[in-house]
Design a protein around this ligand. Structure first.
Ligand SMILES: NC(=O)C1=CN([C@@H]2O[C@H](COP(=O)(O)OP(=O)(O)OC[C@H]3O[C@@H](n4cnc5c(N)ncnc54)[C@H](O)[C@@H]3O)[C@@H](O)[C@H]2O)C=CC1
Ligand SMILES: O=C(CO)COP(=O)(O)O
Length: 361
């Protein structure tokens, strides 16, 4: 009997390629899945050759994940519609600023019984307010969407160093399927039912990481960075609960997607590294991104702007001094040491009113 399920991956950056390595390795062990994993690549030339051709002949994404082979059953394609053709399980892992165009491209080509999972760390702003990536994907493709996020610096996972991740999935049967696609001895998946809590954590910690990078750029120490991490974590939780308190479980913040991801990104992430350079060189973030990341993309400074636009429109910036200061340093030329302004906020009531978000502020 031919397999009834088929997985594809949309996105082949640093994390997308690492996910392809994991899923490509797992899928061949799952009898109900087709062995072939189509990997959609945003086509570009690398040393005069198409990146898709390089991946399909050398089985390595030499630009975004150099030094790590991809399984041969991972097949790179430059056409997103071809990638989703016949796929029952769609993994979406692109920088959040590109999501709309990709979804517009593939809508209409998705199987009606398909299901998706977002590995993206970012949020969107629309006339409905702040939206998560799974909400955006669900509204466009009209299929169920889960989330995966965790303390997951891609290069370390490609080296098969032990870590954990969190899958948010409403359907317990589907959660088992997603887990079987991602779980490995070195990549331990824990499933929770809180889809948007998982992704709020993943998106908002990138703003905190920008703050942590400012502290490193200022040459301040570990205690100061720990203070920024603590306050940032509380502002993340406060904002997520303010937006969707009735739908988010507090316990999600203690999963890998929560506290663990804030820590790893504030010490080892790209957002932290470029924010440090921002302070040391005075160059704008987009310029540093071009100069230092070889095509990889930052999410943190964009998310800082999106968060600010939301909290400003709600008139609650006073309740998020760290997020506000980080935004003003990035976009309004405030000096980096102003990150400490007004940080003595009382968060003590936040955990007492989880089902009544407005009461927090
Ligand atoms: N790299 C990491 O360690 C981790 C990243 N993530 C998240 O995964 C998501 C994807 O990031 P990465 O895979 O790291 O990507 P990346 O930042 O390494 O690479 C950028 C990707 O965007 C593509 N791209 C460039 N212009 C594009 C366009 N106009 N339209 C569509 N794609 C375009 C590039 O081809 C490349 O694949 C992000 O939300 C990120 O926060 C999550 C966990 C870990
Ligand atoms: O999300 C990440 C680790 O979990 C990666 O963070 P950066 O994008 O800052 O590298």
């Amino acid at each position: 009997m031919s397999p009834s399920k088929k997985v594809c991956i949309l996105g082949s950056g640093n994390w997308g390629s690492t996910a392809a390595r994991i899923v490509g390795g797992n899928v061949v062990k799952l009898a109900d899945f087709d062995d072939t994993v189509k990997l959609w690549v945003y086509e570009e030339l690398v040393n005069g050759r198409k990146l898709t051709d390089i991946i399909n002949t050398e089985h390595e994404n030499v630009k975004y994940l150099p030094g790590h082979k991809l399984p041969k059953n991972v097949v790179a394609v430059s056409d997103a519609i071809e990638a989703v053709k016949g796929a029952t399980h769609i993994i979406i892992v692109i920088p959040h600023q590109f999501i709309k165009h990709l979804l517009d491209t593939v809508r209409g080509s998705i199987l009606p019984n398909a299901t998706a999972i977002s590995l993206i760390k970012g949020i969107g702003i629309s006339d409905r307010g702040m939206t998560t990536m799974t909400q955006t994907i669900h509204r466009t493709l009209a299929i169920p969407v889960s989330s995966l996020s965790g303390a997951n610096i891609a290069d370390e996972i490609a080296e098969e160093k032990y870590c954990e991740t969190t899958i948010g999935c409403h359907d317990p049967d589907e959660a088992i399927v997603w887990r079987s696609l991602f779980n490995t001895p070195y990549f331990q998946v824990n499933c929770v039912a809180d889809v948007i809590g998982v992704e709020f954590c993943g998106a908002l910690k990138n703003v905190v990481a920008v703050g942590a990078g400012f502290i490193d750029g200022l040459g301040l120490g570990n205690n100061t960075k720990a203070a920024i991490i603590r306050i940032g974590f509380l502002e993340m939780r406060r904002l997520a609960m303010h937006i969707s308190g009735a739908h988010i479980q507090e316990s999600t913040f203690m999963e890998s997607c929560g506290i663990a991801d804030v820590i790893t990104t504030c010490y080892g992430g790209r957002n932290r590294r470029l924010a440090e350079e921002f302070v040391k060189t005075g160059k704008p973030m987009p310029q540093l991104e071009k100069e230092m990341l070889n095509g990889q993309k930052l999410q943190g400074y964009l998310t800082a702007e999106e968060v600010h636009s939301y909290i400003d429109s709600c008139g609650v910036t006073d309740h998020f001094p760290l997020f506000t200061n980080i935004y003003q340093i990035c976009y309004e030329h405030k000096p980096p040491y102003t990150i400490f302004a007004g940080l003595n906020v009382d968060f003590s009531r936040d955990t007492q009113t989880p089902s009544s978000p407005a009461a927090m502020l």
